[in-house]
Design a protein around this ligand. Sequence first.
Ligand code: HAM
Length: 429
Amino acid sequence: MSQTLKAVRGTRDLLPPETALWNRIEATARAVFARYNFGEIRTPIFEDTLLFARGVGEETDIVSKEMYTWEDRARAASEKPQSLTLRPENTAGVVRAYIEHKLGETGQLQKLYYIGPQFRRERPQKGRYRQFWQIGAEAIGPQSAGSESPLRDAEVLEMLSSLLNELGISGWTLELNSVGSSADRARYNDALRAALEPVASQLCADCQRRAVTNPLRVLDCKVPEDQAIIETLPKIAEYLDEDSKKHFDAVIAALDAAGVPYHLNPRLVRGLDYYTRTTFEFTHGGLGAQNALLGGGRYDGLSEAIGGPKAPGIGFAIGLDRLVLTLQGLETTETIAEKINAYIAPLGETVNPAALKLARELRRAGLSVELGDGSFRLKKSFEAADKVARKIVILGEDEVQSGILTVKDFSTGAQTKVPRAELDRFLQQ
Ligand code: HAM
């Protein structure tokens, strides 16, 4: 017997009726983004590996451990094969597209959103998959378009709070921090390295490595035994220069004015190296260990890091899988299959063509219709119809001749004779 094939570890199939909830979330996000003047961008699912190495950072977990990378076949024997990677995130791809299409030359701020799968070879668990979905957005442009303004940060955060509220997600927390300019980060990294030197040997193996290679990442550590030492380390706020402080204060003032609640978290440094100044996450208690619903921040140097012009930007990505889990956990949301308007039951195979014609007419009139088959016994048609539809339309030779159809309403049990001309309206009720 041949082996049964299954979806690969960390990937999964999304089936109806759950996909209806996914669609509702995506439609709400698209509607909210349109109100804030964001337009959709779709970038390729795989890119040159160098994009992520330079953009996200070689030392990050994402690039050093989690990417799906392979060598493409060389086109000619003399050519070096290109290293390609399934995108682990979409910000680097959007910024690459911004540079490639010279969007900066429009002089306008580019407000772009995306919805799509991302790939990271992480250890799968609840809320963490190897193929997962993000809904993200980026506001990027030349400085002259106001791309560096703290108002952009506040607007993005206000938009996120509105989107979550509109989706019916209650109980979220906005965790907010500033990681400063790249110069601030360098000074802070030095201070962290110095503070870590005498204590690093007491930390977990990962932190011992990070203390040398990328000390900022020590702040992400979740190992309980390490927390007491990490709490004593210097805080980034003490290393922000005047401009970064002013920027952060202005973000906070705008959030206060708009009434968006937040929690200042000096340890929030995020797992990607491109961030400057504002960083944030929205967390939700219902998610358990993987509690970040979404994350984002400002990346004023990313465009230059991948060979483009200066183009400050800010953005975020929502974990769509986690958004769905959160909504399913809240009692207000159920993924109940919506019943369709009608099920057409042809009585005998000779009526099948007339049944298809009727289904076509009803569907063109905007009704949702399922079509049975003339080979079914009436009992089987009734059982199938009761599962999916609000009403069943019985179509035998007599009905085709007379144009008077028998319709049963499953909610009332009533059986009614309905002339064809009145059928659309009757099924809509
Ligand atoms: P990130 O924090 O790596 O940021 O991912 C954003 C969100 O994607 C996370 O908060 C989480 O909800 C979801 N996510 C990440 N990994 C997984 C996974 N393995 N399974 C399920 N969900 C996951 C970024 O990706 C940045 N590009 C965000 C950004 C946009 N920053 C600026 N612009």
